[in-house]
Design a protein around this ligand. Sequence first.
Ligand code: NDP
Length: 490
Amino acid sequence: MKKKSKKLTTASGRPYYENENSLTVGPRGPILLQDYFLHEKMAHFNRERIPERVVHAKGTGAFGKFTVTGDITRYSKAAIFSKVGNECRIFIRFSTVGGEKGSADTERDPRGFAIKFYTEEGNWDLVGNNTPVFFIKDPKKFSDFIHTQKRDPKTNLKSPTMMWDFWSLNPESLHQVMILFSDRGTPYGYRHINGYGSHTFSLINSRNERFWVKFHVKTLQGIRNFTGPEAEEMKGRDPDWAQRDLVEAIGKGDFPKWTLKIQVMTEEQAKSFRWNPFDLTKVWPHSDYPLIDVGILELNEIPSNYFRDVEQSAFAPAHVIDGIGYSYDKMLQGRLLSYPDAHRYRLGANYEQIPVNRPVNEVKNYERDGYMRVDSNGDDNPNYWPNRFDDVEADEKYKEPPMKLDSDVANWYDRNENDDDHYTQPGLLFRKVMTEEERQNTVSNIVGAMKGITGPKREEIILKQLDHFHKADGELAQNVARGLGVDFKP
Ligand code: NDP
């Protein structure tokens, strides 16, 4: 046999001669305690798993590049947008939301669409979904909502009763429910979905003026979906379909691309917008707030190691860069804290040093030590601020303009005009945007799912949900009622 050039070693680097037969007393054993290499192998194997993400557990990712194609310097001073033609490396992780790490890619579910832009002024994470809205608009409801998407505490089965019970009691979910049960709820892989930053963010220009912004990422492969029955069939045939589709396309040089676009609203316009512009269950109509071109995203490299780069990737809406800021959106405010918190639990306090999460520019701060600190840990520089010994400054040029607030502190319900209008936009989607075929598929997907509602509250849940559908569109409610064999009189 040809001699190989690399030597087998223990984790501590000791070249070792044996990787299959344990150290035993005689050929039949027992094994000696001093077979340290055996122990090391078994012990490391026992620790291979890290906690799976509580949401978005099943996913896949790829590296690529972002190129600026449109001038938006009038809105944002972000260095990456400073010149048409600017480029930076990106990493995108796609995922489903509710399923476990081994669940099927074609489940009816929103798809996560998380982008990390490695810019010269830090990482900008746009952590969105393939839908422009979400099921809830207050983060206090998030864990309750997600529990309904996971497993019943007794049967450990997915439960349509839990889902529709929650949705029917939370009419703000209707817009996202409608999208979920359209064919966009079962996309044909990840290359054929749009991404949306979903939240309202700020853009800040060089005059320190703030604009409200929504980010849209539009597929250049075209929207393509499975029908409900096709998605069901694919679950059994290839549960990893979406991952395979992405890996194979990139492997043969067919690099998927998306355009990045924005909608911009001035602070003045926000005051008279028909709905709350910071409500994650609403969109901004394109006719009033047209899409503006920003750039092109291309994916061209599947990581050579899935765990290193995809499993350990950590995105956070809190990661913005100078020229991009937050907004009052309550869901965004909740996510600003909860995402880094989840990463610290899953990956540790130093998660931002893991190569896929590390910014390309130099990190200078006074955070030190902690588990798995693998960079220089600040070397021999001061570990406190202020000090007389290093040359690090907090540059005033990065200061944001103030956000104005004039309100009372309370646990507010929907008290402003139109804040509890959960029906106009879902109605528009159904009547104006969907084709006749999409309407029929949406109704039959809803009927199929609602047939799974069981138990003593079945009728109450169904009637309440039909009432919500009716407020969006009468025909939708009647068609769903007919499919369920329910006599529904609004
Ligand atoms: P437009 O006709 O200008 O835009 C409709 C949008 O709907 C397009 O972006 C289209 O995406 C998208 N779309 C088409 N089918 C579906 C579907 N089944 N699920 C989700 N999105 C879909 O309409 P308006 O801006 O006036 O908005 C009308 C309704 O369209 C909204 O109430 C909302 O439900 C939906 N919508 C609006 C968006 C917005 O930001 N304004 C974004 C996405 C949806 P594409 O062009 O990529 O096919």
